[in-house]
Ligand binder design. Structure first.
Ligand SMILES: [Zn+2]
Length: 200
């Protein structure tokens, strides 16, 4: 854990996870790139509108009996909907937590680097091979990054367009996210509200 100052407004900035790439200043909204012992200004964006969520930055508790801490979130939006991805520290590992219309899923990085088919060649209902898994494509969509708050392990600039695939492999949810430079593959486990206990 280290303490630095926002280069724009001077507010203290605390970094909990040493793998965080970007931290959003809680006071002025500046996005700061995390370097070894310093922060680099990337731009200032409006704060996220406070839509209801069971988490806020700093929330702690347990998920399936193991401790977590919510560190930050990225918000995606498209026509008529938005979607928050929470970055959490989960018992020492990194994980993502998503809330969608009262359903909850915890996601883990599936592969470090993997060959993924070109999204333009895919359609819903198709089976694709990713690593050693056969994934059934359920939905393909696009969204834009609105912005983020808190500490972010994974970062895309606001306005970046992403294409995502929701799929299923061996009974588990699979989420694939394509942006200009990166493809991320996550595997998800659905949760019930009672699997999640929030202490503060
Ligand atoms: Zn600031």
């Amino acid at each position: 854990m280290s303490s630095l100052q926002c280069t724009s407004c001077g507010a203290p900035v605390e970094i909990v996870n040493r793998f965080s790439k970007v931290i959003v200043c809680n006071y002025c909204g500046t996005h700061l790139k995390v370097k070894e012992n310093s922060l680099d200004e990337m731009g200032r964006y409006p704060k996220l509108a406070d839509y209801p969520s069971i988490f806020r930055v700093g929330s702690k508790g347990t998920i399936l009996g193991r401790p977590f801490r919510a560190l930050g979130r990225m918000r995606y939006k498209s026509q008529g909907w938005h979607y928050d991805e929470w970055f959490i520290d989960y018992d020492g590992d990194s994980a993502w937590f998503c809330e969608d219309d009262g359903t909850y899923t915890i996601y883990f990085d599936m592969f470090e680097a993997v060959e993924v088919p070109d999204v333009n060649s895919l359609k819903a209902g198709q089976n694709i091979e990713i690593g050693d898994k056969r994934v059934m494509v359920k939905e393909i969509g696009t969204a834009k990054i609105e912005s983020g708050e808190g500490e972010l392990l994974y970062y895309l600039e606001p306005g970046t367009e992403v294409t995502f695939i929701d799929g299923v492999a061996e009974g588990k949810k699979v989420s694939i996210e394509y942006s200009e430079n990166e493809v991320e593959v996550f595997t998800g486990r659905p949760l019930l509200r009672r699997d999640i206990a929030i202490e503060e």
